[in-house]
Design a protein around this ligand. Structure first.
Ligand SMILES: [Zn+2]
Ligand SMILES: [Zn+2]
Length: 85
């Protein structure tokens, strides 16, 4: 009888663990992935440590790291490309 109880408990724990596992794996974080090799990256990293892909560049206007895929700096609106006047 006790064995049955333990088995039920173990099954319950296993099911909970599986549930937690699937929810943790289901969160897609495209912002935290390298666009080139899809390795998980830190949001502040400038270069992907796996493939050396440049992830961010410092804005020439406010010098904050902006994503290389963003055409405009999200901090000051600078396009990042200085036009020849
Ligand atoms: Zn990469
Ligand atoms: Zn800026």
């Amino acid at each position: 009888m006790i064995l049955l109880l333990l088995l039920t408990l173990a099954l319950l724990l296993w099911m909970i663990q599986r549930e937690l596992d699937s929810t943790a794996r289901e969160v897609p974080m495209p912002e935290d992935q390298c666009a080139n090799c899809h390795a998980p990256i830190d949001i502040d990293w400038m270069v992907c440590p796996h493939c050396q892909q440049r992830l961010r560049e410092s804005c020439p206007c406010c010098h904050k790291g902006k994503k290389i895929s963003h055409p405009h700096c999200p901090f000051c609106g600078n396009t990042g490309k200085e036009r020849a006047a």
